[in-house]
Design a protein around this ligand. Structure first.
Ligand SMILES: Cc1ncc(COP(=O)(O)O)c(C=O)c1O
Length: 439
């Protein structure tokens, strides 16, 4: 059988670093050549060798409407004829901001960016500018983009490298970052109220913000313990630190209002990306009016040639309108499909009973853990008890059967409005076969 992916990989290795443009898409994740994709339609991806896949990765969550949704194709085809980008003020920019402020009660104003990383960078600077404080409190296993100040303790590590849970060893995740860039970033264990209370007593009064993912989404899927995020919000209020909810993954995904809606939170600052752009680069910082006013000219600087790109804004508008139509039917659909898929995997795994598997999910997101635990509740559980090599083997075997899940156990699978019950059943059949085949 032709293996065009392999030959593209060999060509790509000569001209692209690791044959790809983001380290997580290459050999580090695939153990060799990744599948090179040619096109997508609905819930399907097609590779350069003509193989078809049911796509459960959906561009890391960027595609709540799936691939080449007719409404998006229509708006892109129409708007590209009127110019791709002006870097000027736009009517559609105001319209999309109005929709967002209307649907997110904790957001009075927004500022658009292109990627989650950029939005997070601006949010940290804004938090520091608004409060006049320097420290940022972040959590083990949480990822907020790849900027210098925040890229620490995001990778799974051997438990012995992590230090005491009361005082995690600070582990910088990249060469090239000067230690002083992270000197004011405090790392805390997540999902542990006592650990947070201790850290807040020590650093809360100097903290510009406490930043958290609402659901830990970069160690599979780990939901917050009941009341945990609300306690975090209270502690932020008590110490005068901003409560910063990074909804880059969870926003416009787990509910129309993301984790803020799901867990009844009123964050001071939020960032969104991925799903927001419906497949085009779009991200935003949002928050309370007095906090967001910090981005005014002469205060905290935030620039960007490609901010509020008009094509991306038109797609964002269509994505939001489509998901919100019929009393948020789109959000209900991805939630029901995600839950049904997670249940299907549980059912198949129980029936097979050959491997110990835990499936964790929140609405449209789920992840399959090969673990000896009954529940993965935090980063340390993940590091010590999740078999990542086994998951990769599982995902690569599934690919051979036409099911695309990212081979990294740190990521997760996601439903879109165009997945169907038949896709869930077909995925279940493939998973059952793979579980039988796997050693
Ligand atoms: C919670 C969170 N914040 C920020 C980012 C960065 O977003 P981007 O990859 O668009 O820069 C990510 C990316 O995975 C993320 O998961």
């Amino acid at each position: 059988m032709a293996n065009t992916s392999q030959s593209l990989f060999e060509r790509g290795m000569k001209v692209l670093v690791e044959g790809v443009s983001s380290a997580s898409r290459g050999p580090a994740t695939f153990g060799g050549a990744p599948r090179y994709m040619s096109h997508g339609a609905g819930a399907r991806l097609y590779d350069v060798d003509g193989r078809e896949y049911i796509d459960w990765m959906m561009a890391f969550g960027a595609l709540p409407l799936g691939h080449a949704h007719p409404a998006i194709v229509e708006v892109v085809s129409r708007e590209i004829l009127r110019g791709s980008h002006f870097a000027t003020a736009l009517e559609v920019e105001v319209e999309v901001a109005e929709i967002l402020v209307g649907m997110l009660p904790h957001v009075d104003k927004v500022r658009f960016a292109n990627t989650g990383t950029e939005a997070c960078m601006a949010a940290f600077r804004l938090a520091r500018g608004h409060t006049g404080r320097r420290k940022i409190i972040k959590f083990e296993g949480h990822y907020h983009g790849w900027a210098d100040n925040i890229l620490l303790n995001t990778n799974p590590m051997p438990i012995a490298a992590l230090g005491h849970p009361n005082d995690p060893i600070r582990i910088c995740d990249s060469s090239g970052i000067p230690p002083e860039a992270q000197a004011d970033t405090i790392v805390c264990r997540w999902n542990d109220v006592e650990a947070l209370e201790r850290v807040m007593a020590l650093h809360g009064a100097q903290a510009a913000c406490v930043v958290t993912e609402g659901v830990m989404s970069n160690m599979g899927v780990i939901p917050p313990a009941p009341g945990y995020l609300m306690r975090m919000q209270e502690l932020c209020q008590q110490y005068g630190a901003l409560f910063y909810l990074d909804e880059t993954v969870t926003g416009f995904r787990l509910a129309a209002g993301g984790c803020a809606e799901l867990y009844g939170l009123t964050p001071d600052i939020v960032t969104y990306g991925k799903a927001l752009g419906g497949g085009l680069p779009m991200a935003m910082i949002g928050g309370r009016a007095d906090v967001m006013a910090g981005l005014e000219w002469g205060k905290v600087l935030h620039f960007g040639t490609h901010n509020a790109g008009r094509l991306a804004l038109h797609v964002t508008k269509v994505m939001l309108q489509t998901m919100l139509a019929d009393d948020q039917a789109g959000f209900r659909r991805i939630k029901n499909l995600g839950k049904a898929m997670a249940d299907e995997v549980r059912k198949v795994a129980k029936h097979s009973n050959r491997h110990k598997i835990v499936v964790q999910g929140v609405n449209s997101m789920f992840q399959i853990f090969f673990t000896d635990l009954d529940e993965v509740t935090d980063y340390r559980d993940f590091c010590g008890h999740v078999d990542r090599a086994k998951f990769r083997d599982f995902a690569l075997r599934l690919m051979d059967k036409g099911i695309y899940m990212n081979p990294s156990a740190t990521l997760h699978s996601l439903s879109s409005v165009v997945h169907t019950e038949a896709d869930i059943a077909a995925t279940g059949v493939a998973i059952a076969q793979v579980l039988e085949e796997m050693p």
